[in-house]
Design a binder for this molecule. Structure first.
Ligand code: FBP
Length: 556
């Protein structure tokens, strides 16, 4: 690693993240609310989590209140995809533990949950932490996508924690990792281990949110980074006036990233997977919709435009989704056999026999590269959608249709498309002030939950559209956020993923404006994230969060 740092990095390393008032120095205590329960499947979840079901929501408030002030040993692990601010969670955790007792120690498990299973860790000292304050990335201890699930893995964790005499572990991850945190908490409590487990809501996808968790960290920075790039492309599109840009955006199943980028930049076409699913829109209808706008703009003398597409789209197009669900079921049962087949054509042949006729037809119609990706699953059973080049598929289909129309003499427009994918470009960006403050506060609050010996909780910071002074910190029992879903062919408890709500303000505002944005050039150019300058430029949350909380001034 290069030890020289840029001028911005130097300046950023001095930035002191803002904390909610309650966490700023004085003693804190925990206030517990009423017993909690999940919105659905309560009986099943109670049976699966007898030790931790029904725990109350916790609030961290100012005041003396018996939090552990002894020297503590706490572990931390990064799980899943990178998200801006991960290092600040660790810095906040470290500072809070040291403030409560300078003899406390923080250990970083290396390379994700696999490091917890292997007992692979290092002590995180001030010297290490200071280098990473306010930086993007997860390179301080590196992330991983392993899942702690088998009895052997759980037992290995228990042994490692006992050997380390660990009081608590903080798992920084998305919905799946926080579900995993709950399983580990349940197991450890049943085994009378003293180690408590606290989760932190991380993911650029923005899909880990609910009434308790207002936003996952990293969404703000990633969406703003992509919006800068999309804005630049909108400007290039109007300057060159000859290209149609098809941009796929990371974000897994949910379209939150795409919707936020649409609100920030106002491109001509934005596809929202959740709407496509609820309307049962087919792939050819999507193509017709795009072609119609391309032709109408061409008639107005505009042979250019910008289309943004969520990476999760294929899973929401009715015929493709049905095929993916069937495939997941088959892979859940016969994964080893299918992978053991000598080559892809044999796999396709086998799938032809076991898929329904309709799904076999859809699978067979896709380009081989997409077929191959659709056979992969990560350790949580998700299709690796970031590898599906939907933007190229759409370009091919739109070009085919325009060619066909030209052949029939129905149009003579020029159509020059370009494909882009923005994903990895944003996941490790330097965190915005919002994410720097939010993540530091999450880490700081996590330390208080560990000091209170709470287990099976996800940290929450609320009132996020208000100045950080008014933010409120606490803990949400994970069992309260669980529901039962089919995963790898089995009913499994998981945190309910938040998809774009078509009744909510962010989608409604987009839907009310998209026809205007399609034909007229209403592009917005948000520019790069600003760290220094007026607060209304540097500290603003996403438009999504602003609209959700009813505090968006410009959106009316
Ligand atoms: P999680 O936060 O859910 O772990 O994923 C974030 C993400 O960036 C997704 O948006 C994307 O689909 C996926 O990770 C890519 O995975 P990988 O890092 O394994 O390529």
């Amino acid at each position: 690693m290069n030890h020289e740092i840029s001028a911005l990095q130097k300046a950023r390393s001095q930035y002191q993240p803002k904390l909610p008032k309650a966490l700023r120095g004085g003693p804190v205590k925990i206030e517990l609310g009423k017993p909690s329960h999940p919105a659905t499947d309560a009986e099943t979840i109670k049976q699966l989590f007898p030790q931790t079901f029904g725990q109350p929501v916790a609030s961290i408030v100012e005041g003396e209140g018996g939090l552990n002030a002894d020297a503590m040993k706490v572990g931390v692990v990064l799980s899943g995809g990178q998200a801006p601010g991960g290092h600040n969670v660790i810095a906040g955790l470290f500072d809070a533990l040291k403030a409560a007792n300078p003899q406390s120690k923080l250990y970083g498990f290396l390379k994700g949950p696999g490091g917890v299973i292997r007992g692979d860790y290092k002590e995180l000292t001030a010297e290490i932490i200071d280098v990473y304050r306010n930086t993007g990335g997860f390179d301080m201890i590196i992330s991983g996508r392993d899942k702690i699930e088998t009895p052997e893995q759980l037992a290995a964790c228990k042994k490692n924690f006992a050997d380390m005499d660990l009081d608590g572990i903080v798992i920084i991850g998305g919905d799946d990792s926080n579900t995993n945190a709950a399983l580990l908490a349940e197991y450890l409590r049943a085994e009378n281990s003293k180690t408590v487990v606290i989760g932190v809501p991380k993911t650029i996808d923005g899909d880990m949110k609910n009434e308790q968790i207002e936003a996952s960290f990293g969404f703000d920075t990633a969406a703003k980074t992509y919006s800068e790039l999309i804005g630049n492309i909108c400007r290039d599109a109007t300057s060159a006036a000859k290209y149609w840009h098809f941009i796929r955006l990371m974000g897994r199943a949910a379209s939150h990233v795409t919707l936020e980028c649409a609100l920030q930049t106002r491109p001509n076409i934005t596809l929202i997977s959740e709407e496509i699913q609820s309307k049962g829109t087919t792939l050819s209808e999507i193509v017709d919709y795009i072609v119609d706008i391309v032709i109408r703009r061409a008639k107005a003398g505009k042979n250019y435009g910008v289309v943004i597409v969520p990476e999760g789209l294929p899973e929401f197009i009715s015929d493709i989704k049905a095929m993916i669900d069937e495939l997941s079921d088959i892979l859940g049962k016969h994964d080893e056999y299918i992978r053991g087949l000598p080559d892809h054509s044999e796999r396709v042949q086998h799938l032809n026999n076991v898929l329904s006729d309709a799904s076999a037809r859809v699978y067979g119609s896709l380009p081989v590269e997409i077929q191959v990706v659709l056979l992969k699953r990560d350790s949580h059973g998700n299709v690796p959608l970031s590898q599906v080049e939907t933007e190229r598929l759409l370009i091919d289909l739109v070009s085919d249709k325009i060619r066909l129309m030209k052949g029939l003499g129905e149009t003579n427009i020029k159509f020059s498309p370009l494909a882009h994918f923005f994903g990895y470009e944003g996941r490790c960006a330097t965190p915005s002030n919002f994410d720097a403050d939010y993540t530091y506060s999450l880490g700081f609050a996590a330390a208080q939950l560990v000091r209170a010996s709470l287990t099976g909780y996800t940290v929450n910071i609320q009132n996020l559209t208000k100045p950080s002074d008014e933010w409120a910190a606490g803990g949400t029992p994970v069992t309260m956020m669980l529901n039962m879903e089919m995963r790898k062919g089995e009913q499994t408890p998981v945190i309910k993923k938040a998809l774009v709500d078509q009744e909510a303000a962010p989608f409604a505002w987009f839907a009310a404006n998209r026809t205007d944005w399609a034909l007229n050039d209403r592009y917005m150019f948000p520019g790069p994230i600003q760290y220094y300058g007026p607060s209304e430029v540097c500290d603003i949350p996403t438009i999504t969060l602003d609209l959700e909380k009813g505090s968006c001034v410009e959106c009316g």
